[in-house]
Write a protein that binds this ligand. Sequence first.
Ligand SMILES: Cc1cc2nc3c(=O)[nH]c(=O)nc-3n(C[C@H](O)[C@H](O)[C@H](O)COP(=O)(O)O)c2cc1C
Length: 142
Amino acid sequence: MLVRLLYASRAQQPITGELLESLMTTARKSNASHGITGVLCHTDRVFMQLLEGSRDDVSSLYHRIAADSRHSQVTLLQYVETTERHFFNWSMGQVNLERVNPSLLLKYAPRAELDPFSMSGSSAMKLLDELIATAAVVGRCS
Ligand SMILES: Cc1cc2nc3c(=O)[nH]c(=O)nc-3n(C[C@H](O)[C@H](O)[C@H](O)COP(=O)(O)O)c2cc1C
């Protein structure tokens, strides 16, 4: 049985290329071996991450991530059982939302900037689906 979990958090430090690379290297290695797929979106200070996989694997990864001191205010936006993955091509895709067309953000959010703390889980999910459709997600399953 598959589940999808979406959360938002605030980085402890401004998000640098070095931090992202370290997170993505861990994520891609470990997620591929646990059948986890998803996407990590970020601005310079905020993360929003979607995790898909078995309930056990997603749940234990979420608890590990929530305990990570590199971010705080980890906030659950959506948790659903699902029949299919949206990000089956990505062990962990990546999107820099500072580079996304602002009108796309405005379609789903109160302002043309990523503030997942002010978005509904379903708007955030629709935004993620649209990011796939516009090829904004980088990275692939390894
Ligand atoms: C924003 C963020 C996203 C992360 N995403 C993942 C992920 O998708 N997969 C993963 O294995 N670790 C991810 N991590 C790292 C985990 O928090 C943790 O450091 C890693 O899984 C190793 O855990 P362990 O030391 O308990 O084995 C993420 C950390 C942060 C801060």
